[in-house]
Design a protein around this ligand. Structure first.
Ligand code: HEC
Length: 151
């Protein structure tokens, strides 16, 4: 029994070693809704995978991403949140990023957090329409209809 617990403790340790702190920040603060694979939840939580980067194609979209409640109110300081947002985009949606995308700066994140969006739903809907109009998102797609369906 002791040998088994020691072996298990060893595994846990090895796993913690492999997880970098930024992934841990995602796991603790975002994954409950957006899921580990970034596929969200059908109709309620948008998928990040293969989608979230699209917003950076619009100036207002870049701003939108860092003013949604889940980001603004994250229990992380500005430095860690900046690192998390840049990691999230590079990990889940590198293909969709604007060609001239510049990573977020700590200052940009700090300022955005002072201006949380009051009308998230409306701003998001408007941005989706604009992405569709530009042919970047197919008609009917909004990142919610293509999120994970309950099994
Ligand atoms: C309680 C569930 C929940 C948690 C926790 C959460 N989010 Fe979200 N997130 C949402 C929902 C729902 C939206 C859609 C906009 C809205 O209604 O807020 C969203 C939108 C977003 C968006 C904009 C993309 C889009 O398609 O609208 C980003 C970026 C984002 N979240 C990142 C994060 C990050 C980073 C964290 C962790 C620090 C996080 N979220 C935690 C539910 C959540």
């Amino acid at each position: 029994m002791l040998a088994l617990s020691l072996a298990l403790a060893g595994t846990a340790l090895a796993e913690t070693d492999r997880v970098t702190p930024v992934q841990e920040d995602y796991a603790r603060n975002c994954q409950g809704c957006h899921r580990a694979d970034g596929m969200g939840a059908f109709g309620s939580v948008p998928r990040l995978r293969g989608f979230v980067g699209l917003f950076t194609q619009l100036p207002e979209g870049r701003d939108y991403l860092i003013r949604v409640p889940g980001v603004v109110w994250a229990m992380l300081d500005d430095e860690r949140l900046t690192r998390l947002m840049n990691w999230l985009l590079a990990t889940y949606s590198p293909e969709e990023l604007a060609p001239d995308f510049r990573p977020y700066s700590v200052d940009e994140i700090r300022r955005a957090r002072k201006r949380p969006l009051a009308d998230v739903q409306q701003v998001r809907a408007r941005l989706i329409v604009e992405l569709q109009r530009r042919g970047l998102v197919p008609p009917g797609e909004d990142g919610l209809v293509s999120a994970r369906r309950a099994e």
